[in-house]
Each structure stands twice: as structure tokens, then as C-alpha cells.
Write a protein that binds this ligand. Sequence first.
Ligand SMILES: Cc1cc2nc3c(=O)[nH]c(=O)nc-3n(C[C@H](O)[C@H](O)[C@H](O)COP(=O)(O)OP(=O)(O)OC[C@H]3O[C@@H](n4cnc5c(N)ncnc54)[C@H](O)[C@@H]3O)c2cc1C
Length: 391
Amino acid sequence: MWFFSDEEKMLQDTVRQFANAELAPKIEALDHEEGFNRQAFHKMGELGLLGITVSEDDGGAGLGAVSATIAMEEMGAVDASTTLSYLAHSILCVNQLGSNASPEQKRKYLPKLISGAHLGGMGMSEPEAGSDALGMKTRAVKSGAGYVIDGTKTWITNGPNGDVFYVYAKTGEGRRDVSTFIIERGMPGFSTGKKFSKMGMRASPTGELVFEKVKVGTDQRVGEENSSLRMMMKNLDLERITIAGISLGIARGAIEAATRYAKERKQFNTPIGAFQQIQERLAEASAWYEGSRALTYNAAKLWDLGLAAGKERSMLAAQAKLQAAQMATQVALDAIQILGGYGYTREFPVERMMRDAKLIEIGAGTNEIMRLIIARQMLGTEVADALTAGL
Ligand SMILES: Cc1cc2nc3c(=O)[nH]c(=O)nc-3n(C[C@H](O)[C@H](O)[C@H](O)COP(=O)(O)OP(=O)(O)OC[C@H]3O[C@@H](n4cnc5c(N)ncnc54)[C@H](O)[C@@H]3O)c2cc1C
């Protein structure tokens, strides 16, 4: 990318080396057994990747959205699962604490999360509230000097094995009355429920967080009561830009594998790369990847420069995520086609890449919700929501 600084290029090299050394050799087995590369998180801590967007004063690397997206792309090119867990830890949990927690909360939680001693996650989605996140039913009710929390969160990345969770709960009657609480494994009444077995992203554990009369003090609440909506939405935008980086990584990995294969594999005594239909797939994949890459890093750069805010920022993030997620699934499917029968087996990584790519069309807001955000900005809510408004 033409605007990467020298620092960003160095980060790219460092993460690429780390991914090839620490992630690539293990992902095949971890994907098969639905394991988790915990060791990689200790190494990421040593490299300063876990608090990538947290200020240096708070013990982080003090970098921005472009750097975080670079880290996602480089890791995503070899192991999208561990990268998804890294995103949940660094962007959904650590970045939120760094941006919104009190000095005491930061001192208590950030050092272990940034070193990799603790694993973090974020709880927003619920069994009956996915796309309609504000329909959440988990409630924190005032009780004495604190709150009692009841409810269930689901689909939580790092849920089964995380230590610290950034959790949203309703604290009032209105849809927008959302507050945030820091929840630790081991708190009485808090447990991690079912772990899901998944089609892709299999080395990124996903599960439930269950709250049964969990008592927390006000010192576990982040920010003011009923005031979390703005920071939740802002973080969703950053999540969408950075998860688009994982899609870029998957696509790049698939294109590299397919290009290598097209040069080596011979049929009719000719490398298959000489066939125009193979060339067409490779050329289209390359152009589509570069287009998504420009869109994603543009959104990240505008974030870092503070040049996009509010609805405009949400639209840019939604455009990047929609485009990159669709692109990666299609490119991974095309790579399978180029590899033929081998592409359909576990002998090559492209079938895993396709299974992983599909998740990004669902997580962090589905493709449909991305289109809704973009259409609302283009048409205005009066037109875009006319049908539902009339019901
Ligand atoms: C592997 C994985 C990891 C995840 N990690 C986390 C995490 O760490 N933390 C967290 O809080 N959540 C997490 N999620 C949850 C994720 O954000 C939700 O799955 C997602 O928002 C969709 O919600 P849902 O699955 O309930 O689908 P639903 O909302 O039930 O949607 C079902 C279908 O209806 C469509 N739909 C819904 N509303 C509309 C509409 N208005 N217009 C058109 N179509 C619509 C959807 O696009 C989809 O196709 C994760 C999910 C997965 C699968």
C-alpha cells in the first residue's frame, strides 16, 4: 500500500515472520481437532501486538487502525482462526478497555491482557439478539452498591477459554440503555456454557457466557450507566475494518496457493496456468483482492487521520467489510477450482480458507446488515426503512 509508513512496513515484516514461524506449522492440526494456539498469544505479547491500538502510556504499542489491519492481513494469510481470536482479544476487548476504562480499571486489567497472560473477549450477541444487538436481554439491575447481572451471551469468540470479558448489558427500559461491565472468569454465578463446533474458524473457540445472579460492584462498570451505545458502535466500525483485513489475508493466501499450483500442475503436457480459463480466474482474483485492499486500508487510514466520523465512518467500514468478505469467499472458492480434486482435500489449505472466509460474511454484522447500513446512508432512513416503518 503506497501510504504505509516505514514503521508500518516493519510491522508487516515482523508479523509475516511470526505468522510463518508460529502459526503456519500448527494450523492444519488445530483446525482438524478444534484446538487453540495459546502459545502464539504469549509470543504476540512479546512482540507488542496484543495492545496494538492502546496508548503507550497505558502499556500498549500506540499504533492505529492501519497497523491493526496489517497485523490481521499478515496473520490471516496463514491462519485466519488464530487471527479471529486475536481480533476478539486486541480489538473487541483490549482496545475497548484502553479507549473507555478508568485509570484504575486499566491498571488492573491491561498489563496481563497486553502481555498475553490473560485472554480477552467481548460479549454482545445473544441467542435472541444477533443482528438486532440492541434487542439484548441480559440485564444488570442495581442492587446495593453494585449490580446483579442475569442473561446469556452467545457466539463469543474466546468464550470457552478467555479470562476477561467486556460485556454489554441493559441497565434501563429503553433500547439504547446499554452499559458495559468487565467480567472475570471465576466470578460467582458466571460460567462459560456450550462450546460450538464450527464449519470454519475451527481453531478459534466460540461459546456462551452465562450470567446467573452475578454480583459486580460499580467499579466493574465501564463509563457511565446507560451510556455505552456510542462506544459500542464505534468499536463495531473498527472491528469491521480490521476483520476485513482477515478477509484480505485469506484471499492473498488462496491466490498465492492457486498461482503456485497453476505453474506446477501439468495437464495435456502443459502447465494449467497456460489455459486461459485458469488465467481468467487468477487475474480476476488478483484485481478483486487489490480493490478490496484499497477500500479497507482507505477506511483504516481515514480512521487514523480522524477524517471520518459517525455515519460516514460506519458506511466506510461497512463497505470495506462487505466487499472484502464477499471477495475472500469467492477467491477461496476459485482457488479450490484451480486446484481441482486436490483443492477439495485437506492436502492443501484452500478448502480451510474457504470455510474460514465464509464466517466473515456473518460475524461482526452480516452481509445483509452491511448493505442496510450503506443503503440507509445513501437513501436516508425514511426511504430505506419505509417498509418496516409502515408496519
Ligand atoms: C464464529 C463466530 C464468532 C462470533 N464472535 C462474536 C463475539 O466475539 N462477540 C459477539 O458479541 N458476537 C459474536 N458473534 C456473533 C455475530 O456477530 C452474529 O452471529 C451476527 O451478528 C449475526 O447474528 P445471528 O447469528 O443471530 O443472525 P440473525 O441476526 O438471526 O440473522 C439471520 C439471517 O437474517 C438476516 N437478517 C437479520 N436482520 C436482517 C435485516 N434487518 N434485513 C435483512 N436481513 C436480515 C441476517 O443477515 C442473516 O442472514 C460471532 C459469530 C460467529 C459465528
